[in-house]
Ligand binder design. Structure first.
Ligand code: F6P
Length: 373
């Protein structure tokens, strides 16, 4: 009997999502004669039973389009904003899954989505996921779609900033997304030939960064490009966060835990301005004029790169084949030129950060790139 599948996209959007929806949907319909529907706006649309038909021409002309035709949201099944409160809507989601007689639900998303999908798996649904995010931080997959496109955009920005930094003899500090993983900043920093690259995995010492810039300046290079990940931390902030997290974990009372949490929140709020603060500190320490460029959501917009279209298509079509074979409870991971089903419990709640001895870091250090330590 023909299988029925549902698809949703959750979390931040990412180039390549439409290519993946098309890959799953076309392979499911053309090769396996399945019935395919989409749910709008992630888990929220599944809860509200907002369906989009994905038959016939619905999947045509979307390969090169950015964003997601299904829409997305960051809403979680077990903590859904409902009016003024957050409610556990998992049971409604489970009912809607059965109402559509689904044989499988395909969830396209990053780390958060993998966790939410795993929770639905534990409720007995046949779940299969694909790894998407510009951050490249999903565990157990070589890479995620969206990363290559964002890397290209960030690298082009670094390239362009070089000429203006050079003309004005300035320090340009460019902030790159990536959440708490440094893949995007490290990749764009290396590909764009940045002089300093600061990532969350290596807390930075502002004096060391200023020293590297001054050394360049004394050697006649009167400009510098500093690529900083949005999640990068100074050594001082990293120590403070670690201490507060320990305090929270070891708190003997609710009051103590709440206090540690409040201080953590305060620190994270000021973290949002860390790039501006860093540029100011560098200006003070080097006496060189500095400017800040925050790339933000530019990195998530627009048409996916060829590599991301290819990856999303490979993963999507493999996903349809796994559903046909009755393989559920897995993420379709990219492994070399192929794909591999990885049990969701090995993915959910994990994050792939940059190991300090990663070959990219070794290579950057060999070039003399300052990594902030
Ligand atoms: O996870 C993708 C990402 O773009 C991160 O790099 C960034 O921290 C976050 O999403 C931004 O989220 P939002 O679009 O909700 O502001």
């Amino acid at each position: 009997m023909a299988k029925h599948i549902g698809i949703l996209t959750a979390g931040g959007d990412s180039p390549g999502l439409n290519a993946a929806i098309r890959g799953v949907g076309k392979a499911a319909q053309n090769s396996f004669d399945m019935n395919v529907i989409g749910f709008r706006d992630g888990f929220r649309g599944l809860m509200e039973n907002r369906v989009m038909r994905l038959e016939g021409s619905a999947l045509s002309g979307i390969l090169t389009v950015g964003g997601t035709i299904l829409g997305t949201s960051r809403d979680k099944p077990h903590k859904m904003p409902m009016g003024n409160e957050y409610l556990d809507m998992t049971d409604v989601i489970v009912d809607n899954y059965h109402r559509h007689n689904l044989d499988a639900l395909v969830c396209l998303g990053g780390g958060g989505t993998q966790k939410n999908a795993y929770r639905l798996l534990e409720k007995g649904l046949n779940i299969i996921t694909l790894p998407k995010t510009i951050d490249n931080d999903v565990a157990m997959t070589d890479t995620t779609f969206g990363f290559d496109t964002a890397l290209g955009i960030a690298t082009e920005a670094v390239d362009r900033l070089h000429s203006t930094a050079h003309s004005h003899h300035r320090i340009i500090v460019v902030e790159v997304m990536g959440h708490n993983a440094g893949w995007l900043a490290l990749g764009a920093g290396m590909a764009g030939g940045a002089d300093v690259v600061l990532i969350p995995e290596i807390p930075y010492d502002v004096e060391s960064v200023a020293g590297a810039i001054l050394q360049r300046s004394q050697g006649g290079k009167r400009f510098s490009i500093v690529v900083v990940s949005e999640g990068a931390l100074s050594k001082e902030d990293a120590v403070q966060i670690r201490e507060l997290e320990e305090e929270k974990a070891n708190a003997s009372s609710k009051k103590q835990k709440k206090a540690a949490n409040a201080r953590l929140r305060e620190l994270t709020a000021t973290q949002a301005e860390h790039t501006v603060r860093l540029a100011r500190q560098l200006e003070d320490l080097t006496r060189l004029e500095s400017r800040v460029t925050i790339l933000g959501h530019l990195q998530r917009g627009g048409t996916p790169s060829a590599a991301d279209r290819l990856l999303a298509t490979r993963l999507g079509t493999a996903c349809a084949e796994m559903i046909q074979d009755g393989i559920y409870g897995v993420m379709v991971a990219a492994r070399g030129d192929g794909t591999e089903p990885v049990p969701l419990d090995q993915v959910a709640g994990k994050r792939k950060t940059v190991p300090p001895d990663h070959p990219w870091i070794i290579s950057a250090r060999r070039l003399g790139t300052n990594m902030g330590d």
